[in-house]
Design a protein around this ligand. Structure first.
Ligand code: FMN
Length: 185
């Protein structure tokens, strides 16, 4: 599939079929996350692939989002900020979060290409997730990704935000680009 189509077709899916995905497909999605840009080339992400149904039920509870419990796999994305913070101090914390987003987007696009579905889950009780998965104190939990096959394709997306609401030229707030000077022959 063309990258443009993959980007546009990706949707958050919150209802999964009972069919269990092949875990090797999920590993391929994690594999491409490794190619995201990282400040100082310090790779700060860790991935926990959860297939224990008891733990998945507990994660659903920690997020208070029952659809998670129906997934056969949940990928929990964490970051270890220590090396990035050692190199860049306060900015390192920001870099760490930004590079998690970059890596996650690679992961999400590969999920779409493999015909799998997921939903970025960012709302959860941090300490509960830490306890369930024995995640050390100094590790950040970035998000949970319940993975499955979509029960039915989400409806066609209404148009995403208009370009003229997000794009400025030369200074914040300026919506007009100066037209290039005419060159008379
Ligand atoms: C940082 C972040 C946190 C999110 N947390 C949740 C969440 O806890 N539960 C949920 O159902 N969706 C969550 N979402 C998914 C968004 O609701 C979804 O991406 C948005 O509605 C756009 O829909 P789309 O992904 O189909 O384009 C989150 C997305 C992001 C980027």
């Amino acid at each position: 599939m063309k990258l443009n189509n993959i980007i546009r077709l990706r949707r958050s899916v919150r209802k999964f079929k009972n069919k269990k995905p092949n875990w090797r497909d999920i590993l391929e999605c994690i594999d491409v996350a490794r190619y995201a840009p990282m400040a100082g080339n310090n790779f700060s992400l860790k991935f926990i692939l959860v297939d224990d149904s008891e733990k998945i039920a507990q994660l659903a509870n920690a997020a208070q989002q029952s659809f998670i419990a129906k997934a056969k796999y949940v990928v929990v994305v964490c970051t270890n900020p220590s090396r990035t913070v050692n190199s860049y101090e306060k900015r390192g914390e920001i870099y760490c979060r930004q590079q998690a987003g970059a890596a996650i987007q690679n992961f999400l696009l590969k999920i779409e290409e493999k015909g799998l579905s997921t939903c970025w889950v960012g709302a959860f009780v941090n300490n509960k997730v830490k306890e369930i998965l024995e995640i050390p104190k100094d590790i950040n939990i970035e998000a949970l990704f319940p993975i499955g096959y979509e029960f039915k394709k989400p409806g066609t997306r209404k148009m995403k935000i208009d370009m003229d609401r997000i794009l400025y030229f030369n200074r914040y707030g300026n919506k007009k680009m100066k037209s290039p000077k005419r060159i008379d022959a």
